[in-house]
Design a protein around this ligand. Structure first.
Ligand SMILES: Nc1nc2c(ncn2[C@@H]2O[C@H](COP(=O)(O)OP(=O)(O)O)[C@@H](O)[C@H]2O)c(=O)[nH]1
Ligand SMILES: [Mg+2]
Length: 311
């Protein structure tokens, strides 16, 4: 493992891939890999890109990653795909679209199925981000479909959240409706070649200003709203610049410290929850049967039984 980690830290792409596979596998091996890599993290900018399915996230990310990579930067993409019941895996479409990037040695794409998760971002995504960070990738992009728990989770995984909206998805104020407005550090309006794009742009700009007018203290950061054509790449350098500015804002204002604390607190909470579940599920049958019987006979409350099992 030591040799593999050393190779990966030195930028060997094959070694990085092998580490990722290990860290995603269930069991103690994954923990060992993660523990060894973790002290080397803390240098990358973690960027969450979220929004409704079909908004143009993957298309945008392809262009963004190519642009970042041309600045001599290594870029990692973690695509968290809700697995379809048919394929049972990550959405093929995303893999194909991202395929053109695979030829670029500076860019590494990893697809993580959200199959085993309770609707949120899988822990494997957090761990993969750590591996990329440790291995010297300057930017780690995490793509998630912005629904429900995913949307909350992306805040726990990213320094900078980019909310993607697009015209013509049946709802012009998607960002507001889905609560993206609350979590976005940057708004990207894709498909700027569509006729409805300027209206979507304006609506989000208005919503951002309204929101800031209603907060008491003057905001230290106003989320920029950026029009992007994912097909031509127009606007992508503006987005890159905004990401860079946001990172600067976080470090200079001290907000980075606060965000990182919030992110780690949430991760500790999730790991703790996982441990509790694991302890419960591995309780010996005999012990469980005994507690069950005591509850049935009203000798113990369910809460007392739970405490006894977990202690
Ligand atoms: N006309 C146009 N189509 C786009 C643009 N960006 C994405 N698309 C198309 O929109 C569809 C969904 O894009 P995709 O990137 O997979 O969306 P995702 O589900 O948010 O990742 C695809 O057919 C893309 O080719 C754009 O800027 N302009
Ligand atoms: Mg996608």
């Amino acid at each position: 493992m030591k040799g593999l980690l050393r190779s990966a830290l030195n930028g060997d792409v094959t070694a990085v891939a092998r580490l990722l596979t290990r860290v995603e596998a269930p069991g103690d091996g994954a923990r060992e890999v993660h523990e060894a890599a973790f002290p080397h993290t803390g240098k990358a900018q973690l960027v969450g890109i979220t929004g409704p399915a079909g908004a143009g996230k993957s298309t945008l990310i392809s262009k963004l990653a190519a642009s970042l990579a041309s600045d001599e930067q290594r870029v990692a993409i973690i695509a968290c795909d809700p697995s379809s019941p048919n394929s049972g895996g990550a959405l093929l479409g995303d893999r194909i679209r991202m395929h053109e990037l695979v030829a670029n040695q500076q860019i590494f794409v990893r697809s993580i199925a959200t199959r085993d998760s309770t609707g949120g971002l899988p822990l494997a995504a957090f761990r993969a981000a750590d591996i990329f960070d440790a291995c010297g990738f300057g930017t780690v992009i995490i793509e998630t479909v912005g629904t429900g728990q995913n949307q909350v989770d992306i805040m726990q995984a990213a320094h900078t959240v980019v909310a993607v909206s697009a015209p013509g998805l049946g709802d012009d104020i998607q960002a507001m409706k889905s609560g993206l407005l609350e979590i976005a550090d940057i708004h990207a309006v894709t498909k700027s070649d569509f006729s409805g794009a300027s209206r979507t742009l304006l609506e989000i700009q208005n919503a951002v200003h309204m929101r800031h007018r209603t907060t008491e203290a003057p905001p230290a950061w106003t989320p920029p709203v950026i029009a992007i054509n994912g097909l031509s790449g127009d606007g992508v350098t503006d987005l890159q610049q905004a990401m860079h500015s946001h990172y600067g804002h976080l470090t200079e204002s001290g907000e980075m410290q606060i965000r990182c604390q919030r992110m780690f607190r949430e991760r500790i909470y999730r790991e703790a929850t996982r441990l509790l579940t694991q302890t419960f599920e591995t309780t010996p049958d005999k012990q469980m049967a005994d507690k069950l019987q005591q509850v049935m006979q009203r000798k113990m409350t369910p809460a007392q039984a739970a405490r006894a099992i977990l202690s």
